[in-house]
Unconditional design. Structure first.
Length: 58
């Protein structure tokens, strides 16, 4: 599972795991390869891995 941390354009987003918890490194990914869930975490655009850990991935 990963979190969308930035929207690049209509077809691409930046996702982050964080890597130390889920094994997903921060990278750009096409929207068509994503499967959205009902989980939602409100974060600032481009937030750091440390912030994601504090908000629910630790």
């Amino acid at each position: 599972m990963s979190t969308i941390v930035d929207i690049v354009n209509q077809k691409n987003v930046v996702v982050d795991g964080p890597e130390s918890v889920t094994g997903v490194k921060r990278h750009m990914m096409p929207v068509k390869r994503l499967s959205l869930t009902d989980f939602r975490i409100v974060v600032r655009r481009g937030c750091r891995e440390k912030t994601l850990k504090k908000l629910g991935f630790a």
